[in-house]
Design a protein around this ligand. Structure first.
Ligand code: ADP
Length: 187
């Protein structure tokens, strides 16, 4: 199948609950509408198969990111837009993937920790605060912000639609993806 896109890795990083999965799924839909080949690698899903058995130590998190990066790289070489949604808290791991990939776009899904904790989409912040889970990013494990992200989505200030549109517009501007087809009506 021919893709309308240039292959790339679109790497979404940010706290748990910042909006990575929501934006990734919306973009997946948006890009498919534009005739792009898309694959979504979501951290939560990857941990149930490709990275099953890995924990949350620095070493295990780095291994997880390396594996996701490896697969995303194979996809992106074949004209697929590989969307990665993973906390990926360590700058060195993200930069390593960037170095080994031809086309890499880092999206910082930026929301204050308090907002993510307030959302507590999966109930994990409450568990981390109660000491029921350890090494939780933002609570008792570090998050290293991107220093030069290609795109920043401020998800406590933007709507989901705005965040998705912002990323799609930038990919379009960089000519990775085609312009959204307009519906034409012929009478
Ligand atoms: P993550 O994948 O980063 O853990 P989720 O996507 O699962 O986060 O959850 C993010 C939550 O924040 C969702 O409930 C979503 O509706 C909400 N949200 C509010 N504004 C935005 C936005 N601009 N972008 C993405 N998510 C948003």
């Amino acid at each position: 199948m021919k893709s309308n896109s240039k292959g790339l890795i679109l790497w979404l990083t940010g706290f748990s609950g910042s909006g990575k999965t929501t934006i990734a799924k919306g973009l997946e839909r948006e890009l498919k509408e534009r005739g792009c080949l898309v694959e979504l690698l979501d951290g939560d899903v990857v941990r149930t198969n490709l990275s099953k058995g890995l924990g949350y130590s620095r070493e295990d998190r780095e291994t997880n990111i390396r594996r996701i990066g490896f697969v995303a790289n194979l996809l992106s070489r074949n004209d697929v837009v590989a969307i990665v949604a993973a906390i990926s808290p360590y700058r060195t791991s993200r930069d390593e993937v960037r170095r080994t990939t031809e086309n890499f776009i880092e999206v910082y899904v930026n929301s204050p920790l308090e907002v993510c904790e307030e959302r507590d989409v999966k109930g994990l912040y409450a568990m981390a605060r109660a000491g029921e889970i350890r090494a939780f990013t933002g609570i008792d494990a570090p998050y290293e912000e991107p220093l030069n992200p290609d795109i920043v989505c401020y998800t406590s200030e933007e709507t989901v639609k705005e965040s998705i549109a912002k990323v799609a517009a930038e990919l379009q501007r960089l000519e990775y993806i085609p312009v959204k087809p307009q519906l034409e009506y012929f009478i």
